[in-house]
Structure formats: C-alpha cells, structure tokens
Design a protein around this ligand. Structure first.
Ligand SMILES: Cc1cc2nc3c(=O)[nH]c(=O)nc-3n(C[C@H](O)[C@H](O)[C@H](O)COP(=O)(O)OP(=O)(O)OC[C@H]3O[C@@H](n4cnc5c(N)ncnc54)[C@H](O)[C@@H]3O)c2cc1C
Length: 387
C-alpha cells in the first residue's frame, strides 16, 4: 500500500471495464500506481462467479454467463484485445449448444438473443477469474492495488486531488479518478449509499463543469433492468437425458414462453466434479414482485421447480428435477442499464481529472460486456492523449 493511500489513478469498481482499463493503460505505457476499490469480495462485478460457502467446489456464473462480441463497426482496438485474450488462452470460443425454446415445445437451434448473437466467448476459467487474468497479464510490476469490501460513499475535490471516503471511514487520495460504475453519479445512490445528495454532485456543485452537469442530468433518464438469478445445485446423480459433453448449455425462452413460465434463459453449467449446476434468469417484473412479497421463500422455490419441470416436460435433453442439494437466489437490482445511453463525448471531464467507463455508455454493446470492454479500451487512449 502507498504510505498515505495516495494513488495516481483510483478506479471505483472492480468489474470487467475497470480491469480492462487498468490492464490496457499499463500496456499503453502508464507506470504510476493504480488503486481498484471494489465493494464486493472479488473482481468481476456483474460478470462474476459464485463460490458458495455451503457448496464447496461449485462455481456458478451468476451474472453474465459468457459474452458475445459483434463489433459491427470493426473497431480495431476491440478486435485486437479479443485476439490477445484468445492468443494468451484466457478465453476461447464458446461452442456450447444454444437452444431457442419456442411455443408448443418445439426446440430450435437458432440464435435469436442480444446476448448470444455473433461470436460467443467463455473464459477458460471462471467469469471472475477472467477479470483477474486480464489485469495480471499486464500488472507485472505490481502497479495495481486492490481494496475489496470497500464501498465509496463520499467524494471531495480539493487542490486538484480527489479524496474518496469509504463507508468504513477509509480515505484514498488520487490525482485522477475513474468511475467504472455510475452508482456514485446516479439517483439510486441516495437509497443504496444512504446519502442525502448524489456524491459526485456534492463534490462538484452545479454550474462548475458543463460535462459533469450534463452527465448527471442525462443519467436521470437512465434506468436499470432488475433480474433475479436462481442457482440450483443439483443432486449428485442429476444429468442430461442425452450424452451432451460441453461445459455449458443455454436455453433461451421465446417471449410467449417467458410470459408463461417467467424465465428468460436457463444455463446448465457442468462442474469440475461432473455435477450439473443450473442457473435460471428472470426479468419478469410480476414474478420479481411476487418473490419480494413471498414470506415463505421455500414455497417460492417450489414454484421455480414446478415451472422448470413443466417447461422441460417434453424435452429430449433435460430430465425432470425432483429435488436439489441447494437453491440460492441472487438479486440484481441493476443488472443492465436501459433507456438512455451516455454519449461518448462525456467520458472524460478534463477540468476535474475525472473519467468514466462501463456498459452505460453509448458504445456498441450498451448494457453488455462488449460495451463495457470497448468503453475501457477507448478511455485509455483518451487519457493518454490529454496527459
Ligand atoms: C444476471 C445478468 C446477466 C447478464 N448477462 C449478460 C450476457 O449474457 N452478456 C453480456 O454481454 N452481458 C450480460 N450482462 C451484463 C454484463 O454483466 C455487464 O454489462 C458487465 O458486466 C458490466 O461491466 P462493468 O465493468 O461496466 O460494470 P460492473 O460489473 O457493474 O462493475 C462495477 C463495479 O463497481 C462496484 N461499485 C459500484 N459502486 C461502487 C462504490 N461506490 N464503491 C465501490 N465499488 C463500487 C460494483 O460492486 C461493481 O463490481 C448480464 C448482467 C447480469 C447481472
């Protein structure tokens, strides 16, 4: 740790955009000290893996299970970054089955989902390790320091320095601040951080900087898709009906089926001990409301099982699920930004040495990992050109 917790760059958040930025910036020649300050216990953010204390040895990707790259604009930064990850064997092409589930239980292998179109990739390890490996490949001189379980709730800008204060009172000083999440600029911070003013607004009051005013203003028009993911740790003998061998298998529900069964997609995740994990995603608001109001969560879990079994009733691939070892539920109050995407020109505010990255910017892949990566790659170039 730096003696007085001072850094050249501090990044709030340790999701994939933060890790891509730190790694790329070092690769682009930056030789200063970087602090990554993350509220969670590890890197990855919404692209991470659940290691459960109750289910040792299981690894379930509970946010984004994989990622897809379309790169319709042929962005060479993105293209070469993905190629590098492939060459260094950090990721590989995802050749898993993707099955669209249609009404009257027809199963089609035609990909019709924003998440699974174009080229799909999976990390060779887990989604959380993907973020870690992206940094490790460039952090050869130990320039990056990590602070986990550290939630930044307050910002101050004084004498051309940012001072960040965490919920537990730790302070960080930095010349340059990067926010890889917009929590600290968005109205949802009032509830989540339990503060009476949006932290960035408090640090830079209105009419001091046009870009900051604009970004805070535009963010009032950006909302979030809420999701739940149900993580099912199946019993040891549970397996497919057929002899499918790949690690993952994706089932995507059509709009009508989603309406009926309340599930958006189901991802089967084979574990290293050969057990079959199942992660079910839902973004159905009624179902989510019902979950919050259900006093007896075990009864809600029964509903999940009933829907699952009805959905796969006539399937040639999937066996009935009579029981499970464990079922846990992950609540993603802000799984993906929706509505207005923030224009790229607002990514860097030169007057206040602050910049932003993440999937909430208007890049190809808005709301997806592709957009998060692209925003970080572009940010490193922009900062290099102003310093
Ligand atoms: C259930 C689910 C399914 C998804 N499926 C897909 C998919 O199939 N394909 C796809 O491409 N994308 C998918 N996504 C979206 C994808 O996960 C995101 O686009 C991507 O992970 C965003 O990365 P990021 O770095 O921009 O943000 P994040 O991953 O959100 O990283 C920001 C980090 O900042 C931290 N943070 C925020 N505020 C503070 C603070 N004040 N102090 C300290 N830390 C803070 C957060 O804890 C978080 O770890 C999915 C997301 C979810 C939740």
């Amino acid at each position: 740790m730096h003696s007085d917790n001072s850094y050249d760059i501090a990044i709030i958040g340790g999701g994939i955009s933060s890790c891509v930025f730190a790694s790329t910036h070092i690769k682009n020649g930056f030789d200063g000290k970087i602090a990554i300050i993350e509220n969670g216990r590890k890197l990855g953010g919404r692209s991470s893996t659940r290691n459960s204390f109750n289910n040792i040895g299981w690894e379930l990707n509970h946010g984004s299970p994989n990622f897809n790259i379309c790169n319709k604009t042929n962005n060479h930064l993105l293209q070469s970054f993905i190629q590098e990850l492939l060459d260094s064997k950090i990721i590989e092409s995802d050749t898993s089955d993707v099955i669209d589930l249609k009404e009257n239980h027809l199963f089609e292998t035609r990909i019709n989902s924003d998440f699974l179109c174009c080229s799909n990739y999976i990390p060779r390890s887990s989604m959380s390790e993907l973020s870690q490996k992206i940094i490790s490949k460039e952090n050869l001189n130990d320039q990056v320091k990590y602070f986990f379980e550290t939630l930044i709730v307050k910002l101050n800008y004084d004498n051309n320095r940012w001072i960040l204060t965490s919920k537990n009172g730790n302070k960080f000083k930095t010349k340059f601040l990067i926010c890889s999440s917009n929590l600290i600029l968005h109205k949802r911070s009032l509830d989540i951080l339990k503060v009476n003013q949006i932290p960035l607004r408090k640090a830079i009051p209105e009419n001091n900087d046009k870009k900051i005013d604009k970004i805070i203003n535009l963010l009032t028009k950006q909302d979030y898709v809420q999701r739940l993911t149900f993580l099912i740790y199946t019993k040891i003998n549970y397996c497919y009906k057929d002899n499918y061998k790949n690690k993952f298998r994706y089932f995507i529900l059509s709009k009508l089926l989603e309406e009926k069964f309340k599930f958006e997609r189901i991802i089967f995740q084979k574990q290293s001990n050969n057990n079959l994990g199942i992660v079910i995603h839902t973004k159905n608001n009624e179902f989510i409301e019902e979950f919050f109001h259900f006093q007896n969560k075990d009864k809600f879990k029964e509903k999940i099982l009933i829907n699952f079994n009805q959905l796969f009733d006539k399937s040639n691939f999937i066996n009935k699920l009579n029981d499970y070892q464990d079922l846990s539920i992950m609540i993603w109050r802000a799984s993906q930004p929706s509505g207005l995407a923030i224009p790229e020109v607002l990514q860097v505010c030169e007057n206040y040495n602050i910049a932003f990255c993440g999937d909430w910017f208007d890049f190809e892949g808005f709301g997806r990992i592709e957009g998060a990566i692209l925003s970080a790659l572009k940010l490193s170039c922009k900062i290099n050109s102003i310093s």
